[in-house]
Design a protein around this ligand. Structure first.
Ligand SMILES: [Fe+2]
Ligand SMILES: [Fe+2]
Length: 270
């Protein structure tokens, strides 16, 4: 495992940085999806049910950008730690397709919210399949590659839902990354609209989340809380996603409560 990964580079995926994986194909796919009109509309429209109608946390464009970025950072750190990825490999796809699977799954994982928030991962599947059928021919000539890649993306999308169990490392990365979008920015809209549910209030208590190379494990996630309500984000939401992700032994999570006068929880470790 590499011990000299710069922290700043670990927090943000940058197309022109050195990565521990082949990224040329990924960067072409990212440029495409970030400029695709249909995907852009989906990412905006998928926030109407959860935020406008249910006063729930952000599940739109900003959430997807953060999840995708953290998923790629997680992937980079895991690759530096020589963690094996089986999704693309089991299908006979290239190593370069691992990050493509993660990026496409992160982009499309929540689009089922346009149907309903409840059970949205199941609604994401047919909608994402339609988008992938349109997008993948731009990058893959072979019908076999298209079908196999599509299957892996849909598997990862399905398994971001807590009751489903990821069978690939790629799917595990998306599942954990989804729960790492927990800072207070995520709950700004519903909080301002009067939403005071536990998801909203606990998210308000999270100031910062950073990802970096750990000393004993490939990934160290540090979470700064400003009061004990943030424990719900870490101990309930994040722990549920980390459990059965397949990444439990590679990721260490440390949450620190920085409030001087709040000694209910000072430190929490998963
Ligand atoms: Fe979701
Ligand atoms: Fe999500």
């Amino acid at each position: 495992m590499s011990e000299d990964v710069p922290t700043a580079a670990s927090r943000t995926y940058e197309p022109d940085s050195d990565h521990a994986f082949p990224d040329e194909r990924l960067n072409r796919v990212l440029e495409f999806v970030e400029n695709d009109p249909e995907i852009s509309v989906y990412l905006d429209a998928q926030n109407v049910n959860p935020v406008t109608r249910m006063r729930y946390n952000d599940h739109g464009t900003q959430h997807v950008a953060i999840v995708r970025n953290r998923a790629l950072c997680l992937y980079d750190l895991l690759k530096r730690g020589n963690v094996a990825f089986n999704g693309a490999r089991d299908q006979g796809l290239d190593e370069a397709d691992e990050s493509v699977i993660i990026a496409l799954a992160a982009t499309l994982h929540d689009i089922g919210h346009v149907v309903h928030r409840e059970d949205h991962p199941y609604y994401s599947i047919p909608l994402a399949a339609d988008v992938l059928d349109r997008v993948l021919p731009d990058f893959y000539d072979d019908i076999g590659d298209r079908v196999r890649l599509k299957g892996e993306v849909l598997h990862a999308i399905l398994c971001h839902h807590t009751p489903e169990t990821p069978l690939t490392t790629e799917a595990g990365v998306l599942r954990v990354a989804d729960a790492l979008d927990m800072e207070r920015g995520r709950s700004r809209n519903p909080y301002d609209r009067g939403g005071r549910g536990i998801n909203t209030v606990s998210s308000q208590a999270i100031r910062d989340v950073t990802l970096e190379a750990g000393e004993s494990v490939p990934v160290l996630v540090e979470i700064e809380m400003t009061n004990a309500a943030g424990v719900f984000q870490v101990d309930s939401l994040l722990k549920a996603k980390l459990d059965d992700s397949g990444l439990e032994e590679f990721v260490r999570i440390v949450a620190l409560n920085s409030a001087d006068n709040d000694r209910i929880v000072e430190r929490l470790e998963l």
